[in-house]
Design a protein around this ligand. Structure first.
Ligand code: ADP
Ligand code: ZN
Length: 616
C-alpha cells in the first residue's frame, strides 16, 4: 500500500504509554481515568477498574501489556469475546493470540510457538485454562507481565453471570506472586465490588471508579400497549442501524423475529437453545453486517464488542436495575447517541415475581431478587429523571434534569390519585382478595361478564364505581399501587391481588397517593422523520452524510474481503471524522482519532481513494 511504515514493535521504545497510545491506537490522549489506571498497573500494583461500558476498559490492560516486558495473560469468559479482541489487536499491529479448548490444534501450536519465542504481548485464555496452571512455563524469557481478569463480575454471586470456573481465579495471586492483577468490570454495585476483591485475593488493589453515567444513551420506558406495534414504531427511528431487542423467552424471540421480518425489519434471532451453528451464524451476522436487528434472550450480549449498537429495546422487564443497565449499556460504546427503550406493564411484574417464586433458589436469595425487582419497578414508575434514579441506585449522585431521558424531555404529569386508589383498593377488598387484575378492573368499570355474574360481583356497590377511567387507566393505577407496595400479587393463587398493611392508611385518608399520568405511545402516534435516521443523528450535513455513506460502503467491502468486522477496521467515529475533515494525504489522516500507524498503512490509501471519488 504505497507508503512504508516501520513495524511498530521494531523499536524498544515501547515503554512510554502516551506515545504507544498515539502510535498504536491513533488516539489523541487518555480518556477519563485511563492514564491513572495504566500508571498504576505499570508500577506493578493490583488494580480494580470499574468503568461503565464504552469508557475504554480494555485499553487499561492492553496498553500496559504492550509497554511492559513479557506477556500479559487476559482471562476472558467467552471465546467469541477473546477472538474479537485478538482480531482488533492484530488490526492494530499488536502481537496477540488466544488459547481455548476447542481450538484447531495447528492454530494452538502456532500460538504456543510464538509464546515460547517471546513474541506475544497478550495471550487470551478462558478461566478454566488459567486455573489449570502451567501458563508460565509456556512463556518465553520475558515471563508474565500482568494478569487481567475481564468481566470480573463473573466471579461474584451478585453479578449477573456467576460462573463456577471464575472461582478458581482466587488462586492466581498465589500462583503468580509479584505479578499485578488487573480486574475490570462494568458492574457497579458495592456487593459485586467487594466480592471481586475478596475472591481474587486483591485486598490491596487500587480501585478506580469512573462515573457510570452513559450520557450518550437516552432512556425511555413506556406503558405496555400493543408491544409489537410500539416496538415497530421505535425501530422506524433506527432504519439502517444495528440494535438488540431483548425478550424473556425463546418463544417470544422467535415470534418477534418473524413478525419484524414480515414488517420490513431485517431481524435475526438468538437464544440459548438455538442450534449452535445457527447461533454462531446469527451472532456473526450481527458483528459483520450493518443495520441488523438481533432479537434475543439475555443469553446474547456478553462479549458484544460492536461499538455502533444504536439501540437496545426491552420487550420484557429485566431482572434488576443491574441487568437493565448492563443490557442497555451495550448500546453506544462509540460515544455517539444511542437509545434504550422498554415497554412495561403490570403483567411484567407479575411474571418476573412468579419466576423468582417458582425458582429453586433459597429463601434468602429469593428475598434479594424480589428487592432487586422492586427497585427496577421503582425506576419504571419514577416521575423524576430516570438517569438520576438509575445512577442513584448505584450510589452515584446526579442532579437530575439530564435532558436525555423521557421523563426529562417530556415531563410526567402527576395527579392526586387518592380517591382512585381507594376505589382500586376497595375493589380488591370487596371481591375477597382472590382475583387477578383483569377481573377486578372488570368489576370497577362495571363490565358484565360470565365471571362477574357468577361470583355475584355485579351486585356489589363497587361494581361500576370506577367508570370514570378506562381499563388501561386502571391497569396503570394498579401497577403503581404495586410499585408503592400498597398491594401485592400472590403467584400461587393465580395472580390474586392482596392488600398490604400500608393500604389501611390510604383507606383512612391518612396517606395521599400521587400517581403519574401514563403516556400511551402507540402505533402511528410518533412521526418518523428523516432527521432521526442514521448518520444525520451524528450532526452531519447532507453533504458529509453522502461522503460518510461512501466510506461506510468502502469499509463494508474491506470487511468482506478480509473477513473481519467493519468496526475492527475503523469505528464510525473515525469515518465521520474522515467525512467532515476530508484528509487529502496519509499524513493528515494520522491526526484523526482511531488512525494508528498500522491501520494507516493497511487502509489509509483505500479510504483516501474513496474520499477522492466521493468528492469528485
Ligand atoms: P469498554 O471495554 O469499557 O466497554 P472499550 O474498550 O470497548 O470499552 O472502548 C470503547 C470505545 O472507546 C472503543 O470504540 C474504543 O476504541 C474507544 N476508546 C477507548 N479509549 C479511547 C481513547 N483514549 N480515545 C479515544 N477512543 C477511545
Ligand atoms: Zn433525565
Amino acid at each position: 500500500m504505497g507508503q512504508q511504515v516501520r513495524n511498530i514493535f521494531d523499536s524498544s521504545s515501547d515503554s512510554n504509554p502516551l506515545e504507544v497510545l498515539r502510535r498504536v491506537w491513533g488516539y489523541q490522549g487518555f480518556r477519563g481515568m485511563q492514564g491513572d489506571v495504566v500508571g498504576n498497573v505499570m508500577s506493578g500494583r493490583d488494580t480494580l477498574v470499574l468503568f461503565p461500558t464504552g469508557k475504554g476498559k480494555s485499553l487499561c490492560y492492553q496498553l500496559p501489556a504492550i509497554c511492559m516486558e513479557g506477556t500479559a495473560v487476559v482471562v476472558s469468559p467467552l471465546v467469541a469475546l477473546m477472538r474479537d479482541q485478538v482480531e482488533e489487536l492484530k488490526e492494530l499491529g499488536v502481537a496477540a493470540g488466544a488459547l481455548w479448548s476447542e481450538q484447531p490444534p495447528a492454530e494452538a501450536a502456532e500460538v504456543k510457538r510464538r509464546l515460547r519465542a517471546g513474541e506475544m504481548k497478550l495471550l487470551y485464555v478462558t478461566p478454566e485454562r488459567i486455573a489449570a496452571g502451567g501458563i508460565q512455563s509456556m512463556l518465553g524469557d520475558g515471563g508474565l507481565s500482568l494478569v487481567a481478569v475481564d468481566e470480573a463480575h463473573c466471579i461474584s454471586f451478585w453479578g449477573n453471570n456467576f460462573r463456577k470456573d471464575y472461582l478458581a481465579l482466587g488462586r492466581l495471586k498465589e500462583m503468580y506472586p509479584g505479578v499485578p492483577i488487573v480486574a475490570v468490570t462494568a458492574t457497579a454495585d458495592p456487593h459485586t465490588r467487594k466480592d471481586i476483591v475478596r475472591l481474587l485475593n486483591i485486598a490491596e488493589a487500587e480501585v478506580f471508579i469512573d462515573s457510570f453515567d452513559r450520557k450518550n444513551i437516552s432512556y425511555e420506558i413506556i406503558p405496555r400497549g400493543n408491544a409489537k406495534a410500539q416496538l415497530l414504531d421505535f425501530l422506524k427511528r433506527h432504519e439502517g442501524e444495528s440494535g438488540i431487542v431483548y425478550c424473556l423467552s425463546r418463544k417470544k424471540v422467535e415470534e418477534t423475529v418473524e413478525w419484524l421480518n414480515e414488517h420490513g425489519i431485517r431481524a435475526k434471532h438468538y437464544h440459548a437453545k438455538l442450534d449452535p451453528a445457527l447461533k454462531a451464524a446469527n451472532q456473526d451476522a450481527f458483528r459483520m453486517e450493518e443495520g441488523l436487528c438481533l432479537v434475543a434472550t439475555v443469553a446474547f450480549g456478553m462479549g458484544i464488542n460492536k461499538p455502533n449498537v444504536r439501540y437496545v429495546a426491552h420487550l420484557d422487564l429485566p431482572s434488576s436495575i443491574e441487568s437493565y443497565y448492563q443490557e442497555t449499556g451495550r448500546a453506544g460504546r462509540d460515544g455517539l447517541q444511542a437509545e434504550a427503550f422498554m415497554v412495561f406493564g403490570m403483567q411484567d411484574i407479575v411474571q418476573r415475581a412468579r419466576m423468582i417464586d417458582e425458582g429453586d433458589a433459597s429463601d434468602q436469595i429469593k428475598r434479594i431478587e424480589r428487592a432487586k425487582l422492586n427497585a427496577l419497578v421503582g425506576i419504571c414508575e419514577t416521575t423524576a429523571c430516570r438517569r438520576q434514579a438509575i445512577l442513584g441506585h448505584f450510589g452515584e449522585h446526579h442532579d437530575g434534569g439530564c435532558g436525555n431521558c423521557d421523563t426529562c424531555t417530556k415531563p410526567i404529569e402527576t395527579w392526586d390519585g387518592t380517591e382512585a386508589s381507594i376505589k382500586a383498593l376497595a375493589a380488591i377488598y370487596r371481591t375477597g382478595e382472590r382475583f387477578g387484575v383483569g377481573h377486578v378492573i372488570d368489576v370497577l368499570i362495571g363490565k358484565v361478564t360470565d365471571k362477574t355474574r357468577r361470583f355475584g360481583h355485579v351486585d356489589l356497590p363497587v361494581f361500576g364505581a370506577g367508570k370514570e377511567f378506562n381499563a388501561a387507566s386502571w391497569q396503570s393505577i394498579y401497577r403503581q399501587l404495586l410499585a408503592l407496595n400498597l398491594i401485592r400479587v400472590e403467584h400461587d393463587e393465580f395472580g390474586a391481588m392482596k392488600l398490604q398493611e400500608a393500604a389501611a392508611a390510604v383507606f383512612r385518608k391518612e396517606r395521599p397517593v400521587t400517581l403519574r399520568r401514563d403516556r400511551m405511545v402507540s402505533r402511528g402516534q410518533r412521526k418518523t422523520t428523516e432527521a432521526s435516521s442514521y448518520s444525520s443523528r451524528s450532526g452531519l450535513s447532507a453533504d458529509d452524510r453522502e461522503v460518510f455513506e461512501v466510506l461506510r460502503q468502502e469499509r463494508l467491502a474491506i470487511s468482506r474481503e478480509l473477513g473481519v468486522a467493519p468496526y475492527v477496521i475503523f469505528p464510525d467515529t473515525t469515518l465521520i471524522a474522515f467525512a467532515t475533515r476530508r484528509p487529502r494525504v496519509l499524513q493528515d489522516m494520522l491526526d484523526i482519532s482511531g488512525v494508528g500507524q498500522t491501520k494507516l498503512e493497511r487502509y489509509g490509501a483505500r479510504f483516501l481513494r474513496a474520499l477522492r471519488l466521493a468528492l469528485q
